[in-house]
Write a protein that binds this ligand. Structure first.
Ligand code: AMP
Length: 194
């Protein structure tokens, strides 16, 4: 979790994403002020998960910019990236890769570090997760600083995979996370806060 104090998190319109979906997300994503610490606005997707309709519409919207790109795998970042990520894979006819925190994956892994507010963390992927040359779409619920998404992209590259792009439900634009990852591929999100 990346923590940033005193931000207002104003919703901005995303010209590329469907307006109805943006309004739907506004209704179903809950803002929890001061969680997990004072000054942080936590964007809680649990109300979205309660609505069965979300499992139909959200994954379809998330993969729309990548339809026709022959995606082989969706890589979901632990743990909220798993929730809609597997359905995205199903919509695309692709496999699913779990990008996980240390100590979770049972077989041999590769690792990539990223910076937190204090110190570093790392993400892991199984060494045999993909075949070289595979096209991988990276997904998480939210991009903040982009550190974890960048680590996921590095893992894909280490295994000689191709990063097809990134698809997030939400983006905290004021943190400029997309600048950290847009060298790897196109970055899309359905709604943004600035
Ligand atoms: P980052 O690596 O900085 O892009 O952080 C992204 C990860 O942190 C995602 O897995 C998010 O779920 C989580 N995250 C960061 N900030 C928030 C926030 N304000 N509300 C909800 N989740 C957050």
């Amino acid at each position: 979790m990346v923590l940033f104090e005193n931000q207002d998190y104003k919703r901005i319109q995303m010209p590329e994403a469907d307006k109805k979906i943006q309004a739907y997300l506004d209704e179903h994503i809950r803002n929890i002020p001061d969680f997990p610490k004072p000054g942080i606005q936590f964007k809680d997707i649990t109300p979205l998960l309660l609505d069965p309709e979300s499992f139909k519409s959200i994954p379809v919207e998330l993969v729309k910019p990548f339809q026709g790109d022959n995606i082989d795998y969706v890589a979901g970042i632990e743990s909220r990236g798993f929730l809609y990520g597997t359905i995205m894979a199903s919509v695309l006819g692709a496999g699913f890769i779990t990008v996980r925190k240390p100590g979770k994956l049972p077989a041999d892994t590769i690792r990539a570090e990223y910076e937190l507010e204090y110190g570093t963390d790392e993400l892991h992927m199984h060494k045999d997760a993909i075949k070289p040359g595979s096209k991988v779409l990276i997904h998480d619920d939210l991009i903040a600083t982009g550190g974890s998404a960048k680590a996921a992209a590095e893992l894909i590259k280490k295994l000689d995979g191709q990063v097809a792009g990134f698809s997030f439900i939400m983006e905290l634009s004021f943190l400029n996370g997309r600048n950290k990852i847009d060298d790897f591929g196109p970055v899309k999100s359905l709604i943004a806060y600035d």
